[in-house]
Design a protein around this ligand. Sequence first.
Ligand code: UT7
Length: 330
Amino acid sequence: MKRIGILGLGYNFPKTILTNAELEKMVDTSDEWITQRTGIKERHIVGNETMANSDMILPAAEKAIAEAGIDKSEIDVIIVGTVTPDYFFPSTAAMLQKKLGIKHAMVLDFSAGCTGFLYGLDIARGLILSGNYKYVLTVGSEQLTKITNWEDRNTCVLFGDGSGAAIVGDMKDDKGHEIIGVLNDGDGHLGDLLIMYGGGSVNPMSHEMIDKKLQYLNMDKGGEVFKHAILNMTKISLNLLKKHDMTTEQIDWLIPHQANIRIMEKVAERLNIPKERVAITVDRYGNTSAASIPMALGTYIDEGKIKEGQMLLMTAFGAGFTWGSAIIKW
Ligand code: UT7
């Protein structure tokens, strides 16, 4: 069996910082509420910059390609997990391909909410195992602040913008970080708890749609989402560990989706992983959805916390609902 791994990683985020203090001036909220309920202190946002999602991905993709030591023309698939694409079509993957200046690749976007990066790893691994493709540029990238209702205090304090990119490929010569296992799941029955109602085939673009503010991300019953996130992230992580005859004692770092510090703490507690072994970047980036895991991973590597050879357990939960888990030997 081929060993498939991450051969290169990159992440990127916009320069502009939006602090809790600034949000206090925009909606009825407080730094204290946001910090206590979510763990977020600030987030990076596109703000006034003219920057498409694919523009934001480009530096992350270039870093991943350089680290993998491949020529960009060797990439034969680009997949982008996002709910904030450049356009409905063509795909953000196609726009990224154009910006990378390469001519031949299968290019596609998919919508898996905050589980985008883990769904991406699964898709990439399967495509490589098919034998038809060699290198998959796997991206999770989101500009949720572009679909945020800045008058809705329930959601506008939660999100930030950012991108993560990885080259996934065959680990010949033992080069790369092996994907030991990856498992994903989903259930659409509660999909309307975390949804953007407008713009698609149910509520096509119209003045009426805008008047009803359906062009924004909508989260009903945050507490319900919270509960399902803890349950499903824990369950799928345990299932994946079991599948590979592993226990959490073998895990050096838990890298959970960065939605809320309280969700991460509860998942870690249920998995019996001490706080010191949980990667946390939600304080500085907010919830960057599909980008949050590769951004946390990249940040912890840059800070020298995550080191070569360590065992990583990743888990995410998001709109759909979707959820997943991955074990990677870094
Ligand atoms: O990334 C994809 C998955 N998404 C998530 O995992 C998000 C999951 N949900 C959460 O993280 C949490 O549910 C939230 C952070 C969104 C909310 O925290 P909570 O502890 O569940 O609060 P709540 O929704 O139960 O609201 C408690 C109170 C309410 O006031 P009342 O009704 O008790 O008077 C809210 O209106 O807090 C109020 N509230 C706020 N107050 C100040 C809601 N948002 C704010 C705010 N500032 N920004």
